[in-house]
Design a binder for this molecule. Structure first.
Ligand code: FAD
Length: 358
């Protein structure tokens, strides 16, 4: 959506093919960091994110009984504050980005995917799943972790790998005093609360999940209650409210890093399609938006297409790799039940990585 918006605004005719006929996002919360906010500012949607989501700085770390271990006071950050953070409901961000896409004039085709791609040098012939065909100067696979474009154009690319952890998310009304990210943790447990609007917050719970077991969606509320049982204080109170009406979501965490180049001829990948990280930096979506902005900048330049696409990967690869490595490290420390200080130090290093490359 970001790329379609930017390219259309640059006067480049653009078609977005989306497999979901309803063009919707899963109803969970999304954490944003300062770099993600900066990317939204460049795209021109930061004011909408700010008013429909919740932008904040500071952080409060608790033990699992709710006692405060460390506190960095909550504040409302300026747009260029790389320490900033925030949260938003995924469908809300989706509405903002899909409206921007429509407003840019991009052609949006819903309920279709690509069945075949043939790069003939001067363009790519695309066979769509609804039987139609098209010829395009560039095909961008921004189709997520299980990217079909990656499968079609990069058959040698690695498949996503399960990291060993699963992530639970649930939505709750926001108590007035939760104004920034609150983390509740000990060596073996971790829950976070993040405001996503003036009156809503989401909770994330990370767990080791050896063997990547299937969790039946109908059982998600009860399974989440079990996992919240060791926690007291506010989390204990929230646990009492979890029932079958609670919006709960479970996802195994998978990672992927494709070696450069991320293009082949006139076909290029971005976002989770070529680099998928875990949520430890709250940055997977932000990286995808940054990719799209970077690619749009390169495409606006003069010069041979191949070298502009090569520059795109060269600019993005080190940053995506650093975020992925730092995120995997935090996850490994959580699974190894490292001390709280060690886990927090690794999270601080990861935050520094995000700022250093910004
Ligand atoms: C549990 C969990 C928690 C996370 N938390 C955060 C967080 O707090 N903050 C954060 O920034 N990131 C988070 N992420 C990561 C974030 O969700 C992804 O990195 C981000 O969505 C990637 O964006 P994308 O546009 O590359 O792919 P996607 O968001 O997956 O979008 C791909 C789009 O392509 C469409 N599509 C898929 N296949 C096809 C096809 N064959 N043809 C046409 N269309 C297709 C999909 O329907 C979708 O609209 C989290 C991930 C997980 C698993």
């Amino acid at each position: 959506m970001t790329l379609a918006t930017q390219l259309s605004n640059q006067g480049v005719p653009c078609t977005l093919a989306e497999i979901d006929p309803g063009w919707k996002a899963v109803g969970a919360g999304l954490t944003l960091n300062g770099a993600s906010l900066r990317a939204f500012e460049e795209l021109g949607v930061l004011d909408q994110v700010r008013s429909a989501g919740h932008i904040h700085g500071g952080r409060k770390i608790h033990d699992i009984h709710g006692n405060v271990l460390r506190e960095q006071a909550a504040y409302v950050p300026a747009a260029d504050d790389m320490s900033a953070g925030g949260g938003i409901l995924r469908p809300t961000l989706h509405r903002i980005l899909s409206s921007a896409t429509r407003a840019s004039g991009a052609t949006v085709r819903l309920g279709v995917t690509v069945d075949a791609l043939s790069d003939t040098g001067g363009g790519v012939d695309v066979q769509f799943s609804d039987g139609t065909q098209g010829r395009f100067g560039l095909v961008v696979g921004a189709d997520g972790l299980m990217s079909k474009v990656r499968r079609l154009a990069f058959p040698e690319a690695p498949a996503p790998v399960f990291t060993g952890q699963g992530c639970w998310r649930a939505l709750f009304p926001k108590p007035r005093d939760v104004q920034t990210i609150w983390v509740f943790m000990d060596e073996g447990h971790k829950i976070g609360l993040n405001p996503i609007s003036g009156d809503q917050m989401y909770m994330f719970l990370l767990e080791s999940a050896p063997g990547n077991p299937w969790r039946e969606p109908a059982d998600w509320p009860e399974l989440l209650r079990e996992r919240m049982a060791p926690f007291g204080g506010l989390i204990g109170e929230l646990r009492e409210r979890v029932d079958h009406t609670t919006s709960v979501n479970y996802r195994p965490l998978e990672s992927l890093l494709m070696s450069p180049p991320w293009h082949q001829g006139r076909i290029v990948l971005l976002g989770d399609a070529c680099h998928a990280t875990t949520p430890h930096a709250g940055y997977g979506a932000g990286l995808a938006v940054e990719d799209a902005l970077c690619l749009a900048r390169r495409l606006a330049e003069a010069g041979e297409l191949g070298s502009r696409l090569e520059r795109f990967t060269n600019e993005r690869y080190p940053r995506c790799r650093a975020v992925l490595q730092g995120s995997l490290k935090v996850g490994e420390l959580e699974m190894a039940q490292a001390s709280v200080d060690t886990q927090l130090a690794a999270s601080a290093d990861l935050a520094t990585v995000v700022r250093e490359y910004a």
